[in-house]
Design a protein around this ligand. Structure first.
Ligand SMILES: NC(=O)c1ccc[n+]([C@@H]2O[C@H](COP(=O)([O-])OP(=O)(O)OC[C@H]3O[C@@H](n4cnc5c(N)ncnc54)[C@H](O)[C@@H]3O)[C@@H](O)[C@H]2O)c1
Length: 267
């Protein structure tokens, strides 16, 4: 069996750490990159550890060598100055896609966000919930960068035939923390299931998918994700009694819609 190598950017972050053991498979090597030092390899763990930035073109050219797929999580994951968002999220994703193209990497999964559509209303897009491929209505510069990442992915698919999946991730944490997350939670196990579905698509395509679990209170559609074989086995409802009381916001982006634009948000 030939070995599969998957480059994961942002591997030291919340999602990257949650995925590290979940995506481990016999015959698969995870090439981990972050500007922060990822944890060292555990005994018998098939990982390669790299420290550096997705904005470094020479490094990305190196790291895309001999790679079967890229899971791009690295970047700024909340609101920040326009300059930093532009450099890290937009230019950084362009640098990564360009390196992937040159190296012939056939498949890329891009971490988008619900904040690409943060100004879309909840509950007004039909009974199946907000579609995965609804056009962007970003709520922050961060959300703009996620819409741009989706556009870059579309371009690299259409021009170069790269298989590109953009995941509009809801809230991927160990457990939901508030009422909004009861609707938008993506359990870590479901996140791994969704990534595996993206890694296994038969035909090169371009798709924008919601990354959420099959939550009782879901307000977004899983149709696009299910079309590539994703089957959620989790539901945030089992945590409902333990989250503080509150109301589901009327817009997808929740509190982000009032975040001061361009202001570093440490939360
Ligand atoms: N966790 C969620 O609920 C959620 C929701 C929506 C979207 N997302 C997206 O998923 C991805 C992962 O989210 P997260 O929660 O793990 O965020 P995180 O902030 O915990 O992790 C992001 C990682 O990227 C790294 N990074 C930052 N700049 C980098 C650079 N220039 N080069 C390489 N690495 C860099 C950071 O050091 C960090 O470890 C992000 O792109 C985020 O926008 C996450």
């Amino acid at each position: 069996m030939s070995q599969q190598r998957v480059l994961i950017t942002g591997a030291a972050g919340i999602v990257g750490r949650l995925m590290r053991t979940r995506l481990a498979r016999p015959g698969r090597v995870l090439r981990l990159l972050d500007i922060a030092q990822p944890d060292p390899a555990g005994s018998g763990e098939a990982v390669e550890i790299h420290t550096g930035s997705v904005t470094d073109a020479a490094l990305m050219a190196d790291l895309c060598h001999d790679v079967d797929a890229i899971i791009h999580l690295g970047g700024i994951s909340r609101e920040d100055s326009w300059e930093r968002i532009l450099e890290v999220n937009i230019d950084g994703t362009h640098t990564l896609l360009e390196a992937a193209r040159v190296a012939g990497v056939p498949r890329v999964v891009l971490a988008s966000s619900n904040h690409a559509v943060g100004f879309r209303a909840i509950g007004q897009d039909g009974s199946d919930g907000l579609a995965g491929d609804s056009s962007p209505r970003p709520d922050t510069y961060y959300g703009v960068s996620k819409a741009a990442i989706e556009s870059l992915g579309s371009l690299y698919h259409s021009r170069f035939g790269m298989d590109v999946s953009c995941l509009r991730i809801g809230s991927c944490f160990e457990r939901p923390a508030d009422v909004r997350q009861l609707s938008f939670w993506l359990s870590p196990d479901d996140c791994a299931r969704l990534l595996e579905a993206c890694l296994a698509t038969a035909e090169p395509g371009y798709r924008v998918l919601w990354g959420v679990s099959a939550n009782t209170r879901a307000v977004v559609s899983l149709a696009e994700a299910e079309a590539i074989g994703y089957r959620s086995l989790d539901d945030a409802e089992r945590f409902a009694a333990s989250v503080p009381p509150g109301e589901l916001p009327s817009l997808v982006g929740g509190a982000f819609i009032e975040t001061p634009l361009g202001q570093h948000n440490p939360l």
